[in-house]
Design a protein. Structure first.
Length: 402
């Protein structure tokens, strides 16, 4: 199959603009990028930008926006999204616009090829890191990237196949989102807003809800207690924010020996404990430690809670704790200009938690389990549709799809 260099298929890249505060020009940022090649228009900023720049740089349907700065160690810079809106939009200075030459390449076909470049790690060859920011070497990327180029009619056919495969996975994702929204709606229907407490439930502090035992409510040790030089190859696991953020207990990175574990026994973790992230942008994320989890301790960025489940169920606590109103009321004050941090323990111990009768909590749990069973089926369907999409994407990338 014929291959063409990307620079021969697009106009000269259009740099982004940021302008100044105020104004009414819609500007797309990398926060509007999804990892699906789709733009999220729900949080578009308005900026003041010179009219001449607006006229020369405004986006056109079919434009491809590429991320120039951003990324992370786990996600290379170079994500792309497809602009399909009729309004007046610009993109910001961390991005650039690639405008396909319509007589040579079908824009949606090019999007999928560039999307696959990022998906399969190719863009990682064109990034560098300066002052903590990962940048895409855009000029080199455009000059060096080769695009398989079948006839336009074939490009359109390939794009149509990928569009249909993408629709399947997007439908599965939306179904999962509906199940997640349903559980939140169920909580509010049964118990109301836990902050306003219009159903007039009894309230208790966290101190009154944990087990009547030592270390049932424990913030992680000071950082000095867990210096890297004390870690060993295997032993007792040090639980990290990753476990609370991802509800994933398979990751095991740091271990301590039995002597150190006994010294720090107050921070020990056991199944059914709840661990809560205490700092950073994911402040307040939490997870229930599953049965069979490895023995270990929490690190300095976590809080451990051992509930008395005859009073409050773990799953009820998770839903209560993650309600938007609860988080806004009790956590927003700790999200200053610096790194967000968990409230002081003396303040957290005063937070009021609603406490409906345990039989109602049990009913809620049973209904959530039924919803989760349906959600699990949708997740299995999503896995299959993701595998199909990625398989077709790889074939398109190799020029083997049609």
């Amino acid at each position: 199959m014929i291959e063409k260099v990307l620079k021969d298929l697009v106009e000269k890249p259009i740099s982004g603009e940021w302008g100044t505060d105020g104004g009414d020009i819609k500007v797309l940022r990398t926060t509007n990028f999804t990892n699906e090649g789709i733009i999220d228009y729900s949080n578009v900023v308005l900026r003041n930008i010179d009219e001449r720049k607006v006229n020369s740089k405004k986006l056109k349907p079919g434009d491809i926006i590429i991320e120039k700065s951003g990324g992370s160690p786990k996600q290379p810079v170079g994500r792309v999204v497809y602009f399909d809106n009729e309004g007046t939009y610009l993109c910001n200075n961390f991005t650039s616009v690639l405008r396909p030459k319509g007589d040579r390449v079908f824009s949606k076909y090019l999007l999928y090829i560039l999307f696959s470049n990022h998906q399969f790690g190719f863009t990682g060859n064109f990034q560098n890191k300066t002052t903590g920011i990962i940048n895409l070497q855009l000029t080199r990327y455009i000059n060096k990237t080769k695009i398989p180029l079948p006839p336009l009619a074939t490009q359109k056919k390939i794009a149509a196949i990928l569009d249909e495969a993408d629709k399947l996975r997007q439908l599965d994702k939306k179904l999962i989102e509906k199940y997640e929204a349903l559980t939140q709606s169920l909580f509010l229907d049964m118990f109301g807003d836990p902050v306003t407490n219009k159903k007039d439930w009894e309230t208790k502090s966290i101190v009154e809800l944990v087990k009547d035992e030592k270390y049932s409510l424990k913030r992680g040790p000071f950082g000095g207690a867990l210096k890297k030089e004390i870690f060993v190859e295997d032993g007792y696991l040090v639980y990290e924010q990753f476990h609370a953020l991802n509800n994933d207990f398979s990751m095991a990175r740091y271990f301590i020996d039995e002597k150190k574990y006994n010294e720090l026994i107050g921070f020990a973790v056991k199944p059914k404990d709840i661990i809560i992230s205490c700092s950073g942008v994911y402040l307040g994320k939490l997870a229930i430690v599953p049965g069979g989890a490895k023995e270990g301790i929490i690190n300095q960025a976590l809080l451990k809670v051992t509930l008395d489940e005859s009073k409050m169920r773990n799953d009820f606590f998770v839903f209560h704790f993650t309600q938007d109103s609860f988080r806004r009321t009790f956590f927003d004050a700790n999200r200053g200009a610096g790194i967000p941090n968990f409230p002081p323990m003396k303040d957290f111990k005063k937070f009021p938690f609603i406490l409906p009768p345990i039989n109602l909590q049990n009913q809620f749990s049973e209904r959530v389990q039924a919803i989760e069973a349906q959600k699990a089926q949708a997740q299995q369907s999503l896995q299959k549709s993701e595998e199909l999409f990625n398989s077709l994407l790889q074939k398109a990338f190799k020029g083997e799809l049609v």
